[in-house]
Design a protein. Structure first.
Length: 533
């Protein structure tokens, strides 16, 4: 289980900005946002970051094709990527553009000099096959029919004298870190993949390229103006520059140098080696702590193919939010796209998931319960003294189980499962409502022939409604990291303080004191009806 006493540094990967963002970028932001919000609910200090990778050859070539300066292209697309956060309801603590943020270049240069002082940088001529899409050299064995399997383009043959990093020196360090768990990769199959790669032997890799081939775009190698620093060495350093490196800032001390500390990277599987092999070795060379964990999410696919800018099958996340709303997009991505496995995107499935689960189960329960409570404004909707029935205990057990299961699922890096557990509580509440028939109790209380009979039936109704409202309250607290807007909507409708959403201890069944439901429209209007209108 994650320790709430240990501050968490959680980073998303910083994407190239040669084109507008797609839903793959949205998924990573949403996963990181849900994790950071959940950890804060548990009382943990979290520093959650993102940014853009500006100094890539593919950015320079995209600008060249458009006939605009590279700086102009990356600034334009960089702002679009930045706008994706509020569009999705994502709250980052810091965001860095590598070409424009004054903190970044000093961090990259300091990191380079530390590696040089350690004796890990040297020059040699090199011939290799370079994929611009991957921004990496590929071995012939990596190719499929002579093409990069990810970008489906033949790599370019490059002949250069470059600076190299002595990765071969760090075989033992990395093997030991993986074996002891000081460096963890999630899920486990990705850990095995990295361990196998390390066991196969590590080779030194190029960490610069010629200024000419780079179109003079990038950070110059110290004391060698003919070369610019390799984009991955540059980009990975953003995790340090965001924290103030090379200065020993309070932020760097708290989230990076503290012992113990949680230094976690959230990435896609295509950049696993950079984060789990190259980056730890660079850090160790520079005398800095290694990451403690690398979380690897799956791809978003379209008809089985990875979605990507270069493949021409990108789906616009801004258009999805505009069309379906933020709650629907967040719910579909976090509940129905598997956290660690590839998942196919289908807009019709998004509509179905929203309408059947959010609208049909959670929204319908909220609407029915609050509407019924408002018909009886004199009811005291607080926990009474009546002994709980078996049905009452079953609902309470479902809420207790949901809290435990959600925590475990987030710890297991299975956010899709966490949301499934919240829906299990909603299903239990719906079953309880069907069995207790509060609508029948309401009708009988209104038509009772004596005041005593009406009082008894009203007390039974209050007993049932309080438990249903309490299940909705617990559901809202558990949902808050995943659907913050919806969670706020629920607590507003049932009449409890919004501040409860920030404390996971409030998800304990029975912590709700009293409810004062309010009127309001359906929280999740059905998308299928909207699409047909």
């Amino acid at each position: 289980m994650n320790n709430p006493q240990i501050p968490l540094f959680l980073s998303t990967a910083i994407p190239y900005v040669n084109a507008a963002p797609h839903v793959g970028h949205a998924l990573e932001l949403l996963i990181g946002d849900a994790i950071s919000r959940h950890e804060r609910q548990r009382g943990r200090a979290v520093f959650f970051t993102g940014g853009t990778d500006d100094h890539s050859l593919k950015n320079a070539r995209a600008a060249e094709a458009l006939g605009v300066p590279t700086s102009e292209l990356v600034a334009r697309h960089g702002e679009t990527f930045r706008r994706l956060q509020p569009a999705l309801g994502v709250q980052l603590d810091d965001y860095l553009h590598t070409s424009r943020d004054p903190r970044h270049a000093p961090a990259v240069l300091a990191l380079w000099r530390r590696c040089a002082e350690a004796g890990d940088l040297y020059q040699r001529p090199y011939t290799g096959l370079y994929c611009v899409g991957c921004e990496a050299f590929l071995a012939p064995a990596d190719l499929v029919l002579g093409r990069c399997p990810a970008h489906r383009q033949p790599p370019e043959e490059v002949h250069e004298t470059n600076w190299f990093f002595r990765l071969s020196r760090y075989h033992g360090l990395l093997a030991d870190a993986l074996e002891t768990g000081s460096l963890q990769i999630e899920p486990r199959e990705r850990q095995r993949e990295v361990a196998s790669f390390v066991q196969g032997g590590l080779h030194d890799f190029s960490v610069s390229r010629s200024r000419a081939r780079a179109r003079a775009w990038g950070i110059a190698v110290p004391d060698d103006p003919s070369q610019v620093i390799y984009v991955w060495f540059d980009a990975l350093a953003n995790y340090l520059s965001l924290l103030g490196f090379p200065e020993r800032t309070p932020r760097l001390e708290r989230y990076y140098h503290a012992r113990p500390a949680a230094r976690e990277h959230l990435i896609g599987k295509d950049i696993l080696r950079f984060h789990a092999v190259y980056w730890p070795a660079i850090l160790h060379s520079a005398g800095l702590p290694l990451p403690s964990k690398v979380k690897v999410h799956g791809y978003v696919t379209l008809e089985g193919e990875k979605i990507g800018k270069s493949l021409g099958n990108a789906v616009d996340p801004f258009a999805l939010v505009e069309r379906f709303g933020r709650d629907a997009v967040r719910f579909y991505f976090l509940r129905h796209l598997h956290t660690t496995k590839d998942s196919d995107f289908r807009s019709e499935r998004l509509i179905e998931a929203h309408d059947s689960e959010l609208a049909g189960k959670l929204g319908n329960l909220l609407q029915r319960v609050t509407a019924l409570a408002l018909r009886h404004p004199t009811l005291a909707l607080r926990r009474g003294s009546a002994a709980p029935s078996d049905a009452d205990r079953e609902l309470e057990d479902a809420a207790t189980r949901a809290l435990s299961d959600v925590v475990q699922a987030v710890d297991d890096f299975a956010l899709h499962a966490a949301l499934s557990h919240v829906l299990e509580l909603v299903a239990a509440a719906n079953r309880y409502a069907d069995a207790q028939e509060p609508w029948t109790l309401s009708r009988r209380a209104n038509t009772a022939k004596t005041p005593d009979a009406a009082a008894d039936l009203s007390a039974q109704l209050a007993h049932v409604l309080w438990r249903l409202l309490e299940a909705l309250r617990v559901s809202a607290v558990l949902l808050a990291p995943f659907l913050p807007d919806a969670a706020r909507g629920i607590v507003e409708r049932i009449g409890v303080p919004e501040k409860q959403l920030g404390d996971l201890a409030c998800a304990r069944y029975g912590a709700g004191a009293r409810f004062t439901p309010r009127q309001g429209p359906p929280l999740f209007p059905r998308l299928a009806l909207k699409e047909r209108s």
